[in-house]
Design a protein around this ligand. Structure first.
Ligand code: NZQ
Ligand code: ZN
Length: 391
């Protein structure tokens, strides 16, 4: 049996008002000048940014702002962040926003520490060997980046555009301030995308080859049921604390490694790879892209290990027919207005588009993806075809 690591060094502060700790926690970490990184304006509109900066003022911590992170965050802004951090003599990065802002912050951290071209870390040319310190105030429950080892960046300076992730324990941030009520202003669409992403981080881990620790399976079923219970409540009543808090904590635990603990590997991750090609090329929201792909992937790989699907269905829905289980997940996605095919993303894929995207996923036939079922370019092409209603 392979030895599996479980490493979650992030100091989490969870509960209403957690963000108010920003000043004291940064001070405890020895920060004297902070790069405050944020997105397209939601944290300004909500007033959160000003209130956080007041907390830094109270502790005598200087700061410089860098806003403008867009969903599917771009390497061009990361480069600006690295320069700004250095020229301003910063010693800490504070991410105030969703997963995109946090991933951009992590990338700035790697670039500051490692020097050279930060994209090297994302295209696999160099390994991350350290980072400038990063902490976060999370405003959207979705990616789990607040406890994960991952950062996903889009290179908008190349043609075609590349979206690549890097996984390293240096990506586990120093602290995460998790106030569920900060997510009350998230739109219905982003709330649903977030719920889908949270579910997918557990489903991707659940489907893997080799030994499966039953306790981890049971935790996974509970997490999936909780997200399906609370996402509709958050959509109906955006400021419901229970709904926002359960979604937030599910988001963190879904992607911090817990849902693969005790198993020999980290899961399948094909749906993420197949989705990232869509969000790189067409800038779709990550969660929606996952919902559009999952059912087709599941049908395609079902024969690999039907029993795994049976256990999932029984654990989540009390359903022992695997095909009905897949349909039930899709019905849930549709109930929260997520698409369950590529058309639903507003994209009109023909055979050539499916072929191009499949080749994109395998880096022009240079790699295979997946663990539950290893997929080559032809397999991925078939899944895109199914998701486009062409097969
Ligand atoms: O930019 P602002 O104005 O802040 O608006 C954002 C953005 O438009 C808005 N938003 C965030 N918090 C809000 C809010 N609006 C109102 N009230 C609030 N409290 O929501 C929009 C989406 O934000 P974004 O950060 O892009 O969403 P998410 O957290 O879903 O992040 C998606 C990115 O993370 C990557 C995805 O691929 C995608 O690039 N992922 C990162 C992972 C990781 N690091 O572990 C794992 C995931 O699998 C995923 O790949
Ligand atoms: Zn994801």
């Amino acid at each position: 049996m392979a030895i599996k690591e479980y490493f979650t060094p992030t100091h989490v502060y969870f509960g209403e008002g957690a963000w108010e700790k920003a000043g004291e926690v940064l001070k405890a970490h020895g920060a004297s000048k902070v790069l405050v990184h944020f997105g397209g304006g939601s944290v300004k509109r909500s007033g959160l940014l000003g209130k956080v900066e007041a907390k830094l003022d109270e502790e005598g911590i200087a700061y410089v702002e860098l806003g403008g992170v867009v969903p599917n965050p771009r390497v061009s802004l990361v480069r600006k962040g690295i320069e700004l951090y250095k020229s301003e003599g910063c010693d800490f990065i504070l991410s105030v926003g969703g997963g995109s802002v946090l991933d951009s912050s992590k990338a700035i951290g790697y670039g500051v520490y490692g020097g050279g071209d930060v994209w090297d870390f994302y295209c696999g040319k160099r390994k991350v060997e350290g980072t400038a310190p990063v902490g976060c105030i999370l405003t959207l429950s979705a990616t789990g980046s607040e406890m994960s080892d991952s950062s996903v960046i889009t290179n908008d300076e190349t043609d075609p555009v590349y979206k690549r992730g890097v996984n390293t324990d240096f990506g586990r941030v120093k602290f995460s301030l998790l106030d569920p009520m900060l997510t009350a202003t998230v739109s219905k669409y982003q709330t649903a995308c977030g719920a889908t992403d949270i579910m997918m981080h557990t489903l991707e881990r659940y489907f893997h080859q080799g030994y499966a620790l039953d306790f981890t399976d049971q935790l996974s079923f509970t997490l999936l049921k909780e997200v399906m219970k609370w996402a509709p409540v958050a959509l109906e009543k955006p400021d419901d604390y229970d709904a926002r808090a359960n979604l937030m904590w599910c988001g963190s635990l879904s992607h911090n490694g817990l849902m693969a603990a005790g198993n020999p590997n980290n899961g399948d991750w094909s749906c993420h790879q197949i989705e990232h090609e869509l969000s790189a090329e067409f800038d779709v929201a990550h969660g929606a892209g996952l919902a559009a792909i999952w059912g087709s992937w599941a049908r395609y790989v079902l024969g690999t290990d039907r029993d795994r699907f049976v256990k999932l269905g029984e654990g989540v829905f009390g359903e022992s027919d695997p095909v009905k289980t897949i349909e039930k997940f899709e019905a849930f996605f549709r109930s929260i207005d997520m698409p369950t095919d590529i058309k639903g993303l507003g994209l009109d894929f023909d055979e050539a588009a499916c072929r191009k995207a499949a080749l994109g996923v395998t880096f022009q036939d240079a790699r295979k993806i997946g663990n539950f079922k290893v997929l080559d370019t032809e397999d991925i092409f078939n899944i895109y075809m199914m998701a486009s209603g062409l097969k």
